[in-house]
Design a binder for this molecule. Structure first.
Ligand code: GRF
Length: 200
């Protein structure tokens, strides 16, 4: 068993509830991994706030700060390398990662999607739109998927999925809340399994 503590970066754009769930689970289970960096395209959001409160380094990085996508990707890679990051977790990060970053961290970037991929994934399928599409399709169940990230939206290898029912009176918001609750268990569980595979 490796003694190296796996260094995780988490990329977020929003409330950071999955970030919090993972953070608490790593501590509770005393896993050999820690979140050492929170990167966001927003200077203020729940995730950044939570990172600050817990002594985790934060970086605010957006394409707008750079002249080109290449410069943006280079800056992102520099942040990641400066912190000796082993694995990147996307948790509500609402931007497509530059291809250079995906290529540099092949099979080391994980994302959570609030539906049962390969259904209801791809460009434009994010946030409440996912749950509205699930309801419009008349699905009787939905769920969440943790998957590896490749150059195509939501197309990387599936690591773990969990299902929730779609109930007759569901609105998009009600379904979103049920799926999010499921995500808070799924993401830590999938990460634990992934880390066990990496560290054995
Ligand atoms: C989650 O539903 C996740 O599946 C999606 O964005 C949402 C993030 O929520 N990618 P939070 O910021 O973790 O609360």
């Amino acid at each position: 068993m490796s003694t190296h503590k796996t260094r995780l970066a988490i990329f977020c754009s929003g409330s950071g509830s999955n970030f919090q769930a993972i953070f608490h689970s790593l501590k509770k289970k005393q896993l050999n991994a820690e979140i050492v960096l929170c990167l966001s395209n927003r200077s203020q959001c729940g995730a950044i706030e939570f990172a600050r409160q817990n002594g985790i380094a934060t970086v605010h990085l957006t394409e707008k700060q750079f002249d080109s996508l290449d410069d943006f990707a280079a800056a992102m890679l520099e942040c990641i390398r400066k912190q000796s990051i082993d694995i990147i977790l996307l948790a509500g990060y609402m931007r497509k990662l530059p291809d250079n970053v995906v290529a540099a961290f092949q099979d080391k970037i994980i994302n959570i999607h609030p539906a049962l991929l390969p259904k209801f994934g791809g460009q434009g399928m994010y946030g409440i739109y996912v749950h509205t599409a699930v309801l419009e399709a008349g699905e009787t169940e939905s769920g969440a998927t943790v998957h590896l990230v490749n150059e195509e939206y939501d197309k990387g290898k599936i690591l773990m999925q969990r299902h929730v029912p779609v109930l007759p009176d569901d609105t998009s918001e009600i379904l979103a809340a049920r799926v999010l609750e499921c995500e808070h268990k799924l993401y830590p569980d999938a990460l634990e399994k992934f880390l066990a595979g990496q560290q054995s």
